[in-house]
Design a protein around this ligand. Structure first.
Ligand SMILES: Cc1cc2nc3c(=O)[nH]c(=O)nc-3n(C[C@H](O)[C@H](O)[C@H](O)COP(=O)(O)OP(=O)(O)OC[C@H]3O[C@@H](n4cnc5c(N)ncnc54)[C@H](O)[C@@H]3O)c2cc1C
Length: 502
């Protein structure tokens, strides 16, 4: 029993973060709490953020959302992973696929057997054992939990969608008796005397909205967490040097690829996200190495279809808020930090921030023990994602531009250095605590970007050569057959979740 339960939650911001927070908090907390969401049409939303990772599917389960219905409403498609081109060397290409690779055998992971095999056959392809990759290469898709009645895991997928439509979709699912939306601009944040908790926000209309708990979803500006509470921002620009983006949509092209594409460019990288009605594109770049005009020209020169408008510039500083929870204010989304979209982690970080807030839901005192724990867990999550992203820049042999030479030469955080040493020396990867990216994710980026292990686990030698051959051939065959049995991705979308169909 809480002494002073929270009864009024105020969310400032109606972008993806604001509406995800409203929908999930309303569902979890029910009518015991009233939620006010304030958003400003004049300011608008950032409006990019079209690629996701598989954890987003838990939201559907929690909110009782029918997946096909959501995809119809958001022009959505399916995503099997991210294809990374030209990162290790110009001409390189690999998929960071969401599914498992192969099958662990005995005490050790599959990749140790594959590393042994590769000593014999240097052309042996790790991704021949990845169901998602085999399906993606042929632009196929199906919902497949496992491969027939074998122990091989099935397809793991996420979505591409129009982020603006996704926010609106969640908004429609909010019970107006629990979530009250107000259009208006917050012009003042009032703090309580004594403890400095936020007491209320005042709108341009003159209305004052009081609350017990404030959720700052106001985007990069961090109106409450920074503007009023000065939580501080830790920049990671020395590790993640891109600080600008240009985004433009173009006409849809064929085939409908079931993956995000990220292609390294002279001073950054370019994304391609296939939706039903158009393709989203953007160039993420470092302003120290590339001007805005050059960025726009580079972006437009590499589109698969006619541009649907002018490139839209965005600026950011990679990093995180020093304290995402301060007093009675929790920042989510861009207000909490931003690490660039290379692995589509931002929407996931909103989701995990909300889950963490619910797990530690406070009373009106906001006990500092809870606040500290929230901030500690948030930092761990951000830093482990940060290290994974840095790997994409650091593991390069490119020396064709000053940007890539800088990336190859940069110092890296100790946790990443440890991971690289373990893999280089022993082919070992260990997932730390609850870090987001699993061993198989790290494996694909390290192998895909040419990090060569000198050894593999000694137990991989326990298998006879014929047994190893049989084991690997069986998996390749099963994976290949399962992928070939799937329909074309465009066909699957048309049959199950075509936008406009009811
Ligand atoms: C270039 C780029 C690419 C990205 N790609 C991806 C991706 O592929 N996948 C992914 O997961 N994420 C991606 N993201 C991140 C994603 O866009 C954001 O995490 C997500 O959109 C959440 O944004 P937000 O709701 O925090 O902020 P915003 O969308 O900026 O919303 C802020 C809200 O606050 C309101 N507001 C602000 N000030 C006031 C005020 N004074 N009064 C009232 N209301 C106010 C605004 O009106 C708006 O409603 C990308 C981001 C960028 C910059």
């Amino acid at each position: 029993m809480q002494a002073q339960p929270i009864q009024r939650v105020v969310i400032v911001g109606g972008g993806t973060a604001g509406w995800m927070a409203a929908a999930l908090l309303a569902r979890a907390l029910g009518k015991a709490v009233r939620i006010r969401l304030v958003e400003s049409d004049e300011i608008g939303i950032v409006g990019v953020g079209e690629a996701t990772i598989p954890q987003i599917r838990h939201i559907n389960t929690f909110l009782g959302i029918d997946e096909d219905d959501m995809l119809r409403a958001t022009q959505g498609t399916f995503k099997l992973g991210v294809q990374l081109n030209d990162f290790g060397r110009l001409g390189d290409s690999y998929l960071h696929a969401f599914s498992d690779i192969g099958l662990p055998l005995g005490l050790i992971g599959f990749h140790h057997y594959w590393l042994r095999e590769r000593r014999r056959d240097p052309a042996s392809d790790l991704w021949a054992y990845s169901l998602n990759t085999q399906a993606a290469n042929e632009h196929r898709f199906a919902r497949m939990e496992k491969v027939g009645d074998t122990p091989l895991g099935g397809i793991k997928y996420a979505y591409h969608f129009d982020a603006g439509l996704y926010g609106q979709y969640l908004r429609k699912r909010c019970d107006p008796a629990v979530v009250q939306r107000t259009e208006g601009k917050v012009v003042e944040v009032r703090l309580r005397e004594g403890d400095g908790f936020i007491e209320s926000v005042r709108l341009a209309s003159g209305e004052t909205i009081e609350g017990d708990l404030f959720v700052d979803c106001s985007g990069f500006r961090g109106l409450l967490i920074e503007g009023a509470l000065h939580a501080g921002y830790e920049s990671w620009q020395h590790w993640l040097p891109c600080d600008r983006a240009m985004a433009v949509a173009c006409a849809r092209s064929e085939p409908l690829w079931p993956y995000t594409r990220a292609t390294a460019r002279a001073a950054g990288w370019q994304w391609r996200v296939p939706l039903q009605h158009r393709t989203g594109n953007g160039l993420v770049y470092a302003s120290a190495h590339m001007g805005d005009d050059e960025a726009a020209a580079t972006l437009l020169a590499h589109l698969d279809g006619e541009p649907l408008g002018e490139p839209r510039p965005l600026r950011f500083t990679t990093g995180m808020r020093r304290k995402a929870w301060q007093r009675n204010c929790v920042a989510l989304g861009l207000a909490a930090g931003f690490m660039e979209p290379l692995e589509s982690t931002s929407i996931h970080l909103i989701q995990s921030g909300i889950s963490r807030l619910l797990a530690m839901f406070p009373d009106r005192q906001c006990d500092p023990v809870l606040v500290d724990e929230y901030n500690r867990q948030t930092r761990f999550e951000y830093e482990s994602i940060r290290d994974f992203l840095i790997l994409h820049y650091k593991a390069t042999e490119r020396d064709d531009t000053p940007f890539w030479r800088q990336c190859a030469a940069m110092d890296i955080p100790p946790g990443l250095a440890r991971k690289l040493a373990l893999f280089r020396g022993h082919g070992q990867i260990f997932r730390e605590r609850e870090e987001l990216f699993t061993e198989v994710a790290w494996l694909q980026v390290m192998i895909g970007q040419r990090i060569e292990p000198q050894a593999y686990h000694p137990l991989a030698d326990a298998l006879g050569t014929a047994q190893l051959d049989g084991f690997l051939t069986d998996i390749r065959t099963l994976v290949g057959r399962a992928a070939a049995s799937m329909p074309d991705h465009a066909r699957f979308v048309a049959d199950h979740c075509r936008a406009g169909d009811s």
